[in-house]
Design a protein around this ligand. Sequence first.
Ligand code: VG1
Ligand code: CO
Length: 569
Amino acid sequence: ISVTTVQTTPYTDQKAGTSGLRKKVSVFKQENYLENFVQSIFDSLKDDEVHTKSLVLSGDGRYYNDIAIQKIAKMAAARGFGKVVIGQNGLLSTPAVSAVIRQLNKEVEGSCTGGIVLTASHNPGGENNDFGIKFNSSNGGPALENLTDAFFSRSKEISEYKYAELPEINLTEIHQENPVQVEGYEHEFIAEVISSTDIYVSLLKSLFDFDSIKALMARSDFNFAYDGMSGVAGPYARTIFEEELGVPAENLYGCDPSPDFEGGHPDPNLTYAENLVKVMGVTIKGANVATDTTPDFGAAADGDADRNMVLGKGFFITPSDSLAIITANHGAISYMKDITGVARSMPTSGAVDIVAKELGIDVYETPTGWKFFGNLLDADKIVICGEESFGTGSNHIREKDGIWAVLAWLSIIAHKNSETTEGNLVSAEQIVRDHWKKFGRNYYSRYDYENLETETADKIFETLESKMEQFRNEEEGNVADIFEYTDSVDGSSSKNQGWRFMYKDGSRFIFRKSGTGSSGATIRIYLESYNKDNTELETAEALKNLSEKALEYCEINEISGREGPTVIT
Ligand code: VG1
Ligand code: CO
């Protein structure tokens, strides 16, 4: 098979955000745009990391997934990879990619360099929406900043890319293509199409006690609903919830992956997971409108299935509380008898810190983005980690894992009910309320102002910085700073990770610019207030003063001319 070299000129905007490169499909379709970025990734890897090694290559099934896979496979062959491993129909969820990379390296140490994940995650898909490319390293986790910086530098000076003239790979059948000899190499190149679900499902089955969850599902007083949001979670949900755990098919919504997520916004929160929220008897503001037939527990995923939103009957559970509650009840999860530590991203509420203190384990505060958990997980410093943005996970892989979080919750509910009789179910809501009673409650909310003009966003951050001094002087013990992180494993540091305004009692408001959008600027405002004793207030009520302060400090409504946030979670 011959290799063709194509001359190209650099693009200047191929800098990865919080999680890979995300742009409109039309941007990716510009001449050589995708090829430039992929070649920049490949050029940044050393020959001995690539030659004869395998590369996992798949995505969440959004528009352009299949075309990109064929292009990238040809480029991987030309770069000297020995193998590309692709999920059937080009589908692997983000957590499944992580699991497959780790499994290949477990079978033959050092055989898999990593993976390319084609997803823009929670961003809408389709011809007029977003596409994305992310590189994961051999530990199964998102590339660290030194690597993504190298990709960006390379992309600014790239002058050519190479592809091998491979025949089209048949993505629909599980099989191996015929091995080919690629010009310039002595080894053979092979493309293998594997089951999208097998490796991931066996991993999860090894972690959780499926029998006890199955017994919970069989109870007449427990009913479960799941929404795959028409993303890649569907096939996994079908296998795990329906086939393994006996959930009726009609309780699984949005479980057929669609290139444009059926026109939806595959982001599991109260605003965008409209269907599940309705099914679960919750209003967009989180109020309880459940009826007798409302399911007892429900969950939704994002496009690439690494996020989760969990809901009780008529009851919203914040991701920060979910992290704290999973940590507090880790004993209910078979493989987690001893845990060394936990981590949360900085804007995630401190609920988990309170639990960690009680358990006598370490807690780490990292910048936003799963890549920052990688080193801590690899060094066994933490077992569970999570983000306020509906991301939860553990050391079983190196990505957040939506279905894992659901199974963790189901394990906890099963455990709490191992001795209750039918009709007396300890509900998810009860578990949360008991938790608050014991540990106090971190009232929490996030406001997103999506798609602002870049200049508007800049002006808001300038305003904030100019007012930090005023905040410090306002009350004794106030702290205002810009969050900086030093990784305790490799010593690397990351600056400008959030503009923080913190009171002495732990209440705080924080501002960040989103790094996952594909156009304009999105500002996130995080509000948190801790109350040890009064845990039964309405969130909006409990955060009223703090919210007013935050809006007053940043002047976001005045500067942007908006009346309020686009999304509140
Ligand atoms: C957002 C979330 C962050 C998450 C990231 C990727 O980033 O805030 O917590 O890790 O998305 O999630 P940002 O920079 O837009 O705030 V996913 O599921 O979109 O890969
Ligand atoms: Co995602």
